[in-house]
Design a protein around this ligand. Structure first.
Ligand code: FAD
Length: 416
Protein backbone atom coordinates (compact mmCIF):
# COMPACT_ATOMS: atom_id res chain seq x y z
CA UNK A 1 0.00 0.00 0.00
CA UNK A 2 0.97 3.65 -0.47
CA UNK A 3 3.46 5.26 1.85
CA UNK A 4 2.81 8.83 0.73
CA UNK A 5 0.30 10.74 -1.36
CA UNK A 6 2.06 10.30 -4.70
CA UNK A 7 2.85 6.62 -4.33
CA UNK A 8 0.25 4.06 -5.30
CA UNK A 9 -0.19 0.49 -6.60
CA UNK A 10 -1.73 1.63 -9.89
CA UNK A 11 -1.53 5.08 -11.48
CA UNK A 12 -4.01 5.81 -14.27
CA UNK A 13 -3.31 8.81 -16.50
CA UNK A 14 -6.44 10.26 -18.11
CA UNK A 15 -10.01 10.47 -16.84
CA UNK A 16 -11.93 9.62 -20.03
CA UNK A 17 -13.95 6.43 -20.43
CA UNK A 18 -10.80 4.30 -20.74
CA UNK A 19 -9.06 5.67 -17.67
CA UNK A 20 -12.14 5.47 -15.47
CA UNK A 21 -12.91 1.93 -16.64
CA UNK A 22 -9.31 0.83 -16.08
CA UNK A 23 -9.21 2.39 -12.61
CA UNK A 24 -12.48 0.75 -11.64
CA UNK A 25 -11.44 -2.67 -12.93
CA UNK A 26 -8.13 -2.70 -11.05
CA UNK A 27 -9.66 -1.27 -7.90
CA UNK A 28 -12.12 -4.16 -8.00
CA UNK A 29 -9.10 -6.48 -7.97
CA UNK A 30 -7.99 -4.87 -4.73
CA UNK A 31 -5.45 -2.32 -5.97
CA UNK A 32 -4.80 1.05 -4.42
CA UNK A 33 -5.56 3.21 -7.48
CA UNK A 34 -4.85 6.87 -8.21
CA UNK A 35 -6.20 8.50 -11.39
CA UNK A 36 -4.84 11.83 -12.58
CA UNK A 37 -6.56 14.05 -15.15
CA UNK A 38 -5.21 17.22 -16.68
CA UNK A 39 -8.60 19.01 -16.88
CA UNK A 40 -9.76 20.96 -13.81
CA UNK A 41 -12.97 18.91 -13.73
CA UNK A 42 -14.05 15.46 -14.89
CA UNK A 43 -16.55 15.39 -17.73
CA UNK A 44 -17.29 14.64 -21.36
CA UNK A 45 -18.30 16.89 -24.22
CA UNK A 46 -20.29 15.72 -27.21
CA UNK A 47 -23.58 13.95 -27.54
CA UNK A 48 -24.63 10.31 -27.76
CA UNK A 49 -22.67 7.11 -27.59
CA UNK A 50 -23.66 3.68 -28.86
CA UNK A 51 -22.82 0.84 -26.51
CA UNK A 52 -22.93 -2.46 -28.37
CA UNK A 53 -23.36 -5.69 -26.38
CA UNK A 54 -19.61 -6.35 -26.26
CA UNK A 55 -19.41 -3.24 -24.04
CA UNK A 56 -22.72 -3.50 -22.20
CA UNK A 57 -21.63 -7.03 -21.15
CA UNK A 58 -18.68 -5.37 -19.39
CA UNK A 59 -21.00 -2.88 -17.68
CA UNK A 60 -23.14 -5.84 -16.65
CA UNK A 61 -20.27 -7.75 -15.03
CA UNK A 62 -19.35 -4.59 -13.07
CA UNK A 63 -22.97 -4.18 -11.91
CA UNK A 64 -23.39 -0.92 -13.84
CA UNK A 65 -25.73 -1.95 -16.65
CA UNK A 66 -28.89 -1.18 -14.69
CA UNK A 67 -27.64 2.37 -14.03
CA UNK A 68 -26.87 2.85 -17.72
CA UNK A 69 -30.31 1.56 -18.69
CA UNK A 70 -32.01 3.91 -16.22
CA UNK A 71 -30.83 6.88 -18.28
CA UNK A 72 -30.16 5.32 -21.69
CA UNK A 73 -32.34 3.86 -24.41
CA UNK A 74 -32.51 0.35 -25.83
CA UNK A 75 -33.16 1.04 -29.53
CA UNK A 76 -35.38 -1.42 -31.36
CA UNK A 77 -33.45 -1.59 -34.64
CA UNK A 78 -30.28 -0.48 -36.37
CA UNK A 79 -31.46 0.75 -39.79
CA UNK A 80 -29.39 1.75 -42.81
CA UNK A 81 -30.96 3.96 -45.47
CA UNK A 82 -29.68 5.49 -48.69
CA UNK A 83 -29.42 9.23 -47.98
CA UNK A 84 -30.19 10.20 -51.59
CA UNK A 85 -33.38 8.15 -52.02
CA UNK A 86 -34.36 7.44 -48.40
CA UNK A 87 -34.71 3.76 -49.34
CA UNK A 88 -34.15 1.26 -46.53
CA UNK A 89 -31.09 -0.89 -47.28
CA UNK A 90 -30.97 -3.24 -44.31
CA UNK A 91 -32.04 -3.50 -40.69
CA UNK A 92 -30.95 -5.39 -37.62
CA UNK A 93 -33.45 -6.03 -34.85
CA UNK A 94 -31.66 -5.34 -31.57
CA UNK A 95 -33.93 -7.07 -29.04
CA UNK A 96 -34.89 -10.76 -28.72
CA UNK A 97 -32.51 -13.07 -30.53
CA UNK A 98 -29.83 -10.37 -30.88
CA UNK A 99 -29.72 -9.66 -27.16
CA UNK A 100 -29.86 -13.34 -26.30
CA UNK A 101 -27.06 -14.19 -28.71
CA UNK A 102 -24.72 -11.50 -27.40
CA UNK A 103 -25.68 -11.72 -23.73
CA UNK A 104 -26.50 -8.04 -23.20
CA UNK A 105 -28.53 -5.24 -24.78
CA UNK A 106 -27.57 -2.61 -27.35
CA UNK A 107 -27.75 0.70 -25.48
CA UNK A 108 -27.53 4.31 -26.61
CA UNK A 109 -26.62 6.78 -23.91
CA UNK A 110 -25.51 10.37 -23.53
CA UNK A 111 -21.75 10.28 -23.19
CA UNK A 112 -21.82 12.55 -20.16
CA UNK A 113 -24.22 10.05 -18.51
CA UNK A 114 -21.98 7.05 -19.11
CA UNK A 115 -18.97 9.04 -17.97
CA UNK A 116 -20.81 9.96 -14.77
CA UNK A 117 -21.80 6.32 -14.12
CA UNK A 118 -18.13 5.30 -14.36
CA UNK A 119 -16.93 8.29 -12.34
CA UNK A 120 -19.40 7.63 -9.52
CA UNK A 121 -18.47 3.95 -9.49
CA UNK A 122 -14.79 4.94 -9.13
CA UNK A 123 -15.65 7.35 -6.30
CA UNK A 124 -17.73 4.72 -4.50
CA UNK A 125 -14.99 2.11 -4.89
CA UNK A 126 -12.38 4.46 -3.43
CA UNK A 127 -10.28 5.37 -6.47
CA UNK A 128 -8.23 8.48 -5.65
CA UNK A 129 -9.20 11.04 -8.32
CA UNK A 130 -6.96 14.06 -8.89
CA UNK A 131 -7.59 16.91 -11.35
CA UNK A 132 -5.25 19.55 -12.79
CA UNK A 133 -2.38 17.11 -13.22
CA UNK A 134 -0.67 17.07 -16.61
CA UNK A 135 1.72 14.14 -17.00
CA UNK A 136 4.66 14.98 -19.25
CA UNK A 137 6.51 11.67 -19.22
CA UNK A 138 6.78 8.28 -17.55
CA UNK A 139 9.92 6.27 -16.86
CA UNK A 140 10.51 2.98 -15.09
CA UNK A 141 12.91 3.11 -12.16
CA UNK A 142 13.71 0.05 -10.04
CA UNK A 143 10.61 -1.78 -11.26
CA UNK A 144 8.20 1.09 -10.61
CA UNK A 145 6.61 3.50 -13.06
CA UNK A 146 7.37 7.13 -12.29
CA UNK A 147 5.18 9.84 -13.82
CA UNK A 148 6.66 13.31 -14.09
CA UNK A 149 4.07 16.07 -14.07
CA UNK A 150 4.07 19.65 -15.35
CA UNK A 151 3.77 20.89 -11.76
CA UNK A 152 7.02 19.10 -10.90
CA UNK A 153 5.38 16.50 -8.64
CA UNK A 154 6.22 12.86 -9.32
CA UNK A 155 3.78 9.98 -8.93
CA UNK A 156 5.12 6.45 -8.66
CA UNK A 157 3.29 3.16 -8.97
CA UNK A 158 3.81 -0.56 -9.60
CA UNK A 159 2.14 -0.02 -12.95
CA UNK A 160 1.11 3.08 -14.92
CA UNK A 161 -1.90 2.95 -17.27
CA UNK A 162 -1.61 5.49 -20.09
CA UNK A 163 -5.21 6.36 -20.97
CA UNK A 164 -4.51 9.82 -22.34
CA UNK A 165 -6.52 9.62 -25.55
CA UNK A 166 -5.98 10.13 -29.27
CA UNK A 167 -3.24 12.75 -28.86
CA UNK A 168 -1.50 10.68 -26.18
CA UNK A 169 1.75 12.01 -24.74
CA UNK A 170 2.63 8.56 -23.41
CA UNK A 171 2.28 6.82 -26.75
CA UNK A 172 5.58 8.46 -27.71
CA UNK A 173 7.24 5.96 -25.37
CA UNK A 174 6.23 3.11 -27.67
CA UNK A 175 5.66 4.56 -31.14
CA UNK A 176 6.89 7.37 -33.32
CA UNK A 177 3.60 8.11 -35.05
CA UNK A 178 0.95 10.78 -35.39
CA UNK A 179 -2.86 10.78 -35.66
CA UNK A 180 -4.01 10.15 -39.24
CA UNK A 181 -6.60 12.66 -40.55
CA UNK A 182 -9.48 11.14 -42.52
CA UNK A 183 -10.62 14.36 -44.27
CA UNK A 184 -14.02 13.87 -42.62
CA UNK A 185 -15.48 16.06 -39.88
CA UNK A 186 -18.46 15.56 -37.58
CA UNK A 187 -21.07 17.94 -36.25
CA UNK A 188 -23.20 16.72 -33.39
CA UNK A 189 -26.27 17.93 -31.57
CA UNK A 190 -29.09 16.92 -29.26
CA UNK A 191 -32.57 18.47 -29.30
CA UNK A 192 -35.67 17.68 -27.23
CA UNK A 193 -38.13 15.30 -28.88
CA UNK A 194 -41.45 17.17 -29.09
CA UNK A 195 -44.88 16.71 -30.70
CA UNK A 196 -43.51 18.24 -33.90
CA UNK A 197 -40.51 15.88 -34.19
CA UNK A 198 -41.10 13.57 -37.20
CA UNK A 199 -42.22 10.21 -35.79
CA UNK A 200 -40.28 8.00 -38.20
CA UNK A 201 -37.57 5.80 -36.73
CA UNK A 202 -37.67 7.53 -33.33
CA UNK A 203 -37.03 4.24 -31.53
CA UNK A 204 -34.16 3.17 -33.79
CA UNK A 205 -30.57 3.95 -34.57
CA UNK A 206 -30.82 5.16 -38.14
CA UNK A 207 -27.88 5.69 -40.47
CA UNK A 208 -28.31 7.52 -43.78
CA UNK A 209 -25.49 6.72 -46.22
CA UNK A 210 -24.65 9.36 -48.83
CA UNK A 211 -21.84 10.23 -51.22
CA UNK A 212 -18.98 11.59 -49.10
CA UNK A 213 -21.37 12.00 -46.15
CA UNK A 214 -23.61 10.20 -43.70
CA UNK A 215 -26.00 11.12 -40.92
CA UNK A 216 -26.85 9.15 -37.78
CA UNK A 217 -29.87 9.70 -35.51
CA UNK A 218 -31.06 8.01 -32.36
CA UNK A 219 -32.98 8.83 -29.18
CA UNK A 220 -31.32 9.50 -25.82
CA UNK A 221 -32.38 9.98 -22.16
CA UNK A 222 -35.40 7.65 -22.18
CA UNK A 223 -36.52 9.05 -25.53
CA UNK A 224 -36.61 12.68 -24.45
CA UNK A 225 -33.70 13.81 -26.63
CA UNK A 226 -32.87 13.22 -30.28
CA UNK A 227 -29.17 12.79 -31.05
CA UNK A 228 -27.91 13.73 -34.51
CA UNK A 229 -24.41 13.27 -35.94
CA UNK A 230 -23.50 14.51 -39.43
CA UNK A 231 -20.17 13.39 -40.87
CA UNK A 232 -18.90 14.61 -44.24
CA UNK A 233 -15.78 15.14 -46.29
CA UNK A 234 -14.66 18.67 -45.59
CA UNK A 235 -12.65 20.65 -48.13
CA UNK A 236 -11.83 23.27 -45.50
CA UNK A 237 -10.45 20.61 -43.16
CA UNK A 238 -8.37 19.15 -45.99
CA UNK A 239 -6.96 22.64 -46.59
CA UNK A 240 -5.78 22.55 -42.98
CA UNK A 241 -8.42 24.80 -41.43
CA UNK A 242 -8.85 23.07 -38.08
CA UNK A 243 -12.01 24.88 -37.08
CA UNK A 244 -15.43 25.59 -38.42
CA UNK A 245 -15.83 25.56 -42.22
CA UNK A 246 -19.20 27.32 -42.14
CA UNK A 247 -22.82 26.23 -42.39
CA UNK A 248 -22.54 26.61 -46.17
CA UNK A 249 -20.06 23.75 -46.34
CA UNK A 250 -22.27 21.56 -44.15
CA UNK A 251 -25.40 22.24 -46.20
CA UNK A 252 -23.57 21.78 -49.50
CA UNK A 253 -22.35 18.36 -48.36
CA UNK A 254 -25.97 17.16 -47.97
CA UNK A 255 -27.52 18.98 -50.93
CA UNK A 256 -28.43 15.74 -52.76
CA UNK A 257 -29.98 14.08 -49.70
CA UNK A 258 -33.67 13.51 -48.93
CA UNK A 259 -35.55 16.18 -46.92
CA UNK A 260 -35.48 14.01 -43.76
CA UNK A 261 -31.68 14.29 -43.81
CA UNK A 262 -31.54 17.97 -44.76
CA UNK A 263 -34.07 18.84 -42.04
CA UNK A 264 -32.02 16.96 -39.46
CA UNK A 265 -29.07 19.33 -40.03
CA UNK A 266 -31.02 21.95 -38.06
CA UNK A 267 -30.50 19.81 -34.94
CA UNK A 268 -26.73 20.20 -35.03
CA UNK A 269 -24.69 22.47 -32.80
CA UNK A 270 -22.66 24.16 -35.53
CA UNK A 271 -20.27 26.08 -33.27
CA UNK A 272 -17.86 23.17 -32.98
CA UNK A 273 -16.84 20.41 -35.31
CA UNK A 274 -14.88 17.25 -34.63
CA UNK A 275 -12.23 16.29 -37.17
CA UNK A 276 -12.06 12.51 -37.58
CA UNK A 277 -8.68 10.96 -36.83
CA UNK A 278 -7.34 7.52 -36.09
CA UNK A 279 -3.87 5.97 -36.09
CA UNK A 280 -2.37 2.89 -37.67
CA UNK A 281 -2.45 -0.11 -35.32
CA UNK A 282 0.69 -0.83 -33.31
CA UNK A 283 1.61 -4.15 -31.70
CA UNK A 284 3.46 -2.95 -28.61
CA UNK A 285 1.71 -0.83 -25.98
CA UNK A 286 4.29 -1.36 -23.21
CA UNK A 287 7.32 0.67 -22.07
CA UNK A 288 8.74 -0.71 -18.82
CA UNK A 289 5.87 -0.56 -16.33
CA UNK A 290 3.70 1.72 -18.49
CA UNK A 291 0.96 0.25 -20.66
CA UNK A 292 -1.47 2.10 -22.94
CA UNK A 293 -5.21 1.53 -23.20
CA UNK A 294 -8.23 3.11 -24.89
CA UNK A 295 -7.68 5.67 -27.64
CA UNK A 296 -4.06 6.11 -26.59
CA UNK A 297 -3.43 2.50 -27.65
CA UNK A 298 -5.89 2.04 -30.53
CA UNK A 299 -7.72 5.18 -31.71
CA UNK A 300 -10.23 4.32 -34.43
CA UNK A 301 -12.65 6.04 -36.78
CA UNK A 302 -16.13 6.05 -35.31
CA UNK A 303 -17.96 4.13 -38.06
CA UNK A 304 -18.29 0.93 -36.01
CA UNK A 305 -19.15 2.99 -32.88
CA UNK A 306 -16.52 1.02 -30.96
CA UNK A 307 -13.90 3.39 -29.50
CA UNK A 308 -15.36 3.53 -26.01
CA UNK A 309 -16.63 -0.06 -26.30
CA UNK A 310 -13.08 -1.29 -26.93
CA UNK A 311 -11.84 0.79 -23.99
CA UNK A 312 -14.28 -1.06 -21.71
CA UNK A 313 -13.11 -4.38 -23.15
CA UNK A 314 -9.48 -3.33 -22.44
CA UNK A 315 -10.29 -2.66 -18.81
CA UNK A 316 -12.04 -6.01 -18.32
CA UNK A 317 -9.21 -7.96 -19.96
CA UNK A 318 -6.59 -6.15 -17.83
CA UNK A 319 -8.72 -6.91 -14.78
CA UNK A 320 -8.64 -10.61 -15.63
CA UNK A 321 -4.95 -10.67 -16.66
CA UNK A 322 -3.89 -9.24 -13.29
CA UNK A 323 -6.35 -11.20 -11.19
CA UNK A 324 -4.74 -14.26 -9.63
CA UNK A 325 -1.29 -13.11 -10.82
CA UNK A 326 -0.64 -9.65 -9.37
CA UNK A 327 -3.59 -9.87 -7.00
CA UNK A 328 -3.59 -13.21 -5.21
CA UNK A 329 -4.98 -14.69 -2.02
CA UNK A 330 -1.63 -13.88 -0.40
CA UNK A 331 -1.82 -10.19 -1.34
CA UNK A 332 -0.30 -8.09 -4.12
CA UNK A 333 2.71 -9.35 -6.08
CA UNK A 334 4.04 -6.31 -8.01
CA UNK A 335 6.63 -8.43 -9.84
CA UNK A 336 3.79 -10.18 -11.67
CA UNK A 337 2.78 -6.94 -13.43
CA UNK A 338 5.36 -7.55 -16.20
CA UNK A 339 3.62 -10.77 -17.20
CA UNK A 340 0.10 -9.38 -16.63
CA UNK A 341 0.56 -6.37 -18.94
CA UNK A 342 2.37 -8.50 -21.51
CA UNK A 343 -0.58 -10.89 -21.56
CA UNK A 344 -3.06 -8.00 -21.73
CA UNK A 345 -1.17 -6.44 -24.66
CA UNK A 346 -0.96 -9.81 -26.43
CA UNK A 347 -4.68 -10.49 -26.03
CA UNK A 348 -5.88 -7.03 -27.01
CA UNK A 349 -3.60 -5.76 -29.79
CA UNK A 350 -4.88 -8.17 -32.46
CA UNK A 351 -8.53 -7.61 -31.72
CA UNK A 352 -8.34 -3.84 -31.55
CA UNK A 353 -6.21 -3.69 -34.74
CA UNK A 354 -8.95 -5.57 -36.53
CA UNK A 355 -11.56 -3.12 -35.26
CA UNK A 356 -9.39 -0.14 -36.29
CA UNK A 357 -8.85 -1.51 -39.81
CA UNK A 358 -12.45 -2.60 -40.28
CA UNK A 359 -13.72 0.82 -39.16
CA UNK A 360 -11.76 2.44 -41.98
CA UNK A 361 -13.11 0.09 -44.64
CA UNK A 362 -16.66 0.18 -43.24
CA UNK A 363 -16.60 3.99 -43.39
CA UNK A 364 -15.39 3.94 -46.99
CA UNK A 365 -18.29 1.71 -47.98
CA UNK A 366 -20.71 4.23 -46.47
CA UNK A 367 -19.49 7.16 -48.56
CA UNK A 368 -19.25 5.72 -52.07
CA UNK A 369 -21.11 6.99 -55.14
CA UNK A 370 -21.84 5.78 -58.69
CA UNK A 371 -21.45 2.08 -59.44
CA UNK A 372 -19.90 1.38 -56.04
CA UNK A 373 -23.02 2.81 -54.38
CA UNK A 374 -25.28 0.60 -56.52
CA UNK A 375 -23.27 -2.47 -55.59
CA UNK A 376 -23.13 -1.48 -51.90
CA UNK A 377 -26.90 -1.07 -51.84
CA UNK A 378 -27.44 -4.44 -53.52
CA UNK A 379 -25.18 -6.13 -50.98
CA UNK A 380 -26.87 -4.43 -48.02
CA UNK A 381 -30.35 -5.29 -49.34
CA UNK A 382 -29.40 -8.94 -49.79
CA UNK A 383 -28.71 -9.21 -46.06
CA UNK A 384 -31.78 -10.27 -44.07
CA UNK A 385 -32.61 -9.15 -40.54
CA UNK A 386 -31.36 -11.81 -38.14
CA UNK A 387 -28.25 -12.53 -40.22
CA UNK A 388 -25.44 -12.31 -37.68
CA UNK A 389 -22.45 -13.12 -39.89
CA UNK A 390 -21.17 -9.54 -39.91
CA UNK A 391 -21.75 -9.00 -36.17
CA UNK A 392 -20.43 -12.14 -34.47
CA UNK A 393 -16.73 -11.25 -34.58
CA UNK A 394 -17.41 -7.90 -32.96
CA UNK A 395 -20.27 -8.47 -30.54
CA UNK A 396 -19.80 -12.23 -29.94
CA UNK A 397 -18.96 -13.64 -26.54
CA UNK A 398 -15.99 -15.76 -27.51
CA UNK A 399 -12.68 -15.19 -29.24
CA UNK A 400 -9.13 -14.03 -28.54
CA UNK A 401 -9.06 -10.77 -26.61
CA UNK A 402 -12.78 -10.75 -25.81
CA UNK A 403 -13.35 -10.43 -22.06
CA UNK A 404 -15.18 -13.21 -20.27
CA UNK A 405 -18.83 -12.26 -19.86
CA UNK A 406 -19.02 -13.16 -16.19
CA UNK A 407 -16.85 -11.39 -13.69
CA UNK A 408 -13.90 -13.47 -12.62
CA UNK A 409 -13.72 -14.04 -8.89
CA UNK A 410 -11.43 -11.37 -7.45
CA UNK A 411 -8.50 -12.87 -5.60
CA UNK A 412 -8.11 -9.84 -3.39
CA UNK A 413 -10.80 -7.84 -1.68
CA UNK A 414 -11.35 -4.12 -2.17
CA UNK A 415 -10.29 -2.52 1.11
CA UNK A 416 -13.19 -0.94 2.95
C1 FAD B 1 -18.03 11.63 -33.55
C2 FAD B 1 -17.64 10.48 -32.66
C3 FAD B 1 -18.58 9.51 -32.35
C4 FAD B 1 -18.23 8.42 -31.56
N1 FAD B 1 -19.19 7.49 -31.27
C5 FAD B 1 -18.86 6.41 -30.53
C6 FAD B 1 -19.85 5.43 -30.21
O1 FAD B 1 -21.01 5.55 -30.61
N2 FAD B 1 -19.48 4.36 -29.46
C7 FAD B 1 -18.19 4.20 -28.99
O2 FAD B 1 -17.90 3.20 -28.32
N3 FAD B 1 -17.23 5.11 -29.27
C8 FAD B 1 -17.53 6.22 -30.01
N4 FAD B 1 -16.59 7.17 -30.27
C9 FAD B 1 -15.22 6.96 -29.75
C10 FAD B 1 -15.10 7.34 -28.28
O3 FAD B 1 -15.63 8.61 -28.04
C11 FAD B 1 -13.63 7.29 -27.86
O4 FAD B 1 -13.02 6.12 -28.33
C12 FAD B 1 -13.49 7.31 -26.34
O5 FAD B 1 -14.16 8.42 -25.79
C13 FAD B 1 -12.00 7.36 -25.97
O6 FAD B 1 -11.85 7.40 -24.57
P1 FAD B 1 -10.39 7.54 -23.93
O7 FAD B 1 -10.62 7.59 -22.48
O8 FAD B 1 -9.47 6.53 -24.49
O9 FAD B 1 -9.84 8.95 -24.45
P2 FAD B 1 -10.34 10.43 -24.09
O10 FAD B 1 -11.81 10.48 -23.97
O11 FAD B 1 -9.69 11.32 -25.08
O12 FAD B 1 -9.73 10.69 -22.64
C14 FAD B 1 -8.39 11.00 -22.43
C15 FAD B 1 -8.31 11.80 -21.14
O13 FAD B 1 -6.94 11.98 -20.80
C16 FAD B 1 -6.71 13.33 -20.41
N5 FAD B 1 -5.31 13.61 -20.70
C17 FAD B 1 -4.74 13.69 -21.92
N6 FAD B 1 -3.43 13.88 -21.82
C18 FAD B 1 -3.14 13.91 -20.48
C19 FAD B 1 -1.93 14.07 -19.75
N7 FAD B 1 -0.76 14.19 -20.38
N8 FAD B 1 -1.99 14.08 -18.38
C20 FAD B 1 -3.18 13.93 -17.75
N9 FAD B 1 -4.36 13.76 -18.41
C21 FAD B 1 -4.35 13.75 -19.76
C22 FAD B 1 -7.70 14.12 -21.24
O14 FAD B 1 -7.99 15.39 -20.69
C23 FAD B 1 -8.91 13.20 -21.26
O15 FAD B 1 -9.78 13.42 -20.17
C24 FAD B 1 -16.91 8.28 -31.06
C25 FAD B 1 -15.96 9.26 -31.36
C26 FAD B 1 -16.31 10.34 -32.14
C27 FAD B 1 -15.27 11.38 -32.45
Amino acid sequence: MSEHATSTDVLVIGGGMAGLAGALALRANGADVTLVERAPEFGEVGAGLQMAPNASRVLKRWGLLEKALEIGVQPKHLVFRDAVTGEELTRQSLGGEFEERYGAPYVVIHRSDLHRVLLEACQEAGVRLVNDVFVESVETVDGRGVAHTAAGVDYDADVVIGADGLKSTLRRLVANDEPVGSAYVAYRGTVPITESTPRTDLEDVIVYLGPDCHLVQYPLRKGKLLNTVAVFKSASFERGEEQYGGVDELEAAYKDCVPAVQDALKNLATGIRWPMYDRDPIENWIAGRMVLMGDAAHPMLQYLAQGACQALEDAAVLQDASNGTVFTDDGVDPAAWDEAIRRFNELRAGRTARVQRTARIWGESWHVSGLARTLRNLLFKSRGDGNFQYNDWLYGQEGEGIPAAGRTESAAKVPA
